[in-house]
Design a protein around this ligand. Structure first.
Ligand SMILES: [Zn+2]
Length: 151
């Protein structure tokens, strides 16, 4: 940051506060001690997803919305509801300054939400995400749901 008074290129920050999607900083020039204000854009660093095979890919909210949309096909679930879930998951990682997250963690978060929203979609999503390859897996998850209903 160049001092607008003397053109010196080093300053110290004396105050920082968020201003919408920017950070407002009060700076003091290290040479002439002149004070000036800068607005710096907060860089939107992507959240990286660690997949099951250990490879990384950037968190893709559209992809997650699509997967959830497929699980909720023909169910009374609004697209807006799905978008809200994905937004809240993304916001959760951002607010915790979490830059890396496993695909497992995301899957479990989606499942927790879907369980409250629509149980058919929950079972469908679980079957894809947990790679159910036999009837027993379905029986197990459904009996778990039924067990919870009895309580
Ligand atoms: Zn200066």
């Amino acid at each position: 940051m160049i001092c607008p008074e003397c053109g010196y290129n080093d300053s110290k920050v004396i105050d920082s506060r968020p201003a919408e999607s920017k950070i407002r900083r009060r700076r003091e020039c290290l040479k002439c001690t002149g004070r000036f204000t800068t607005y710096e854009i907060i860089e939107d660093i992507p959240i990286m997803v660690v997949k099951k095979d250990g490879t990384l890919e950037p968190f893709d909210s559209r992809k997650l919305i699509e997967r959830m949309f497929r699980a909720t096909a023909k169910r009374p679930v609004k697209l807006k509801t799905i978008e809200n879930v994905v937004d809240s998951i993304q916001a959760h990682f951002k607010n915790n300054f979490q830059r890396e997250v496993t695909s497992d963690k995301i899957g479990e978060m989606v499942l927790r939400k879907l369980k409250e929203i629509d149980r058919v979609a929950y079972v469908r999503f679980a079957s894809v995400y947990r790679e159910f390859d036999d009837i027993e897996s379905f029986v197990k998850i459904i009996s778990e749901l039924q067990g919870e209903n009895d309580n």
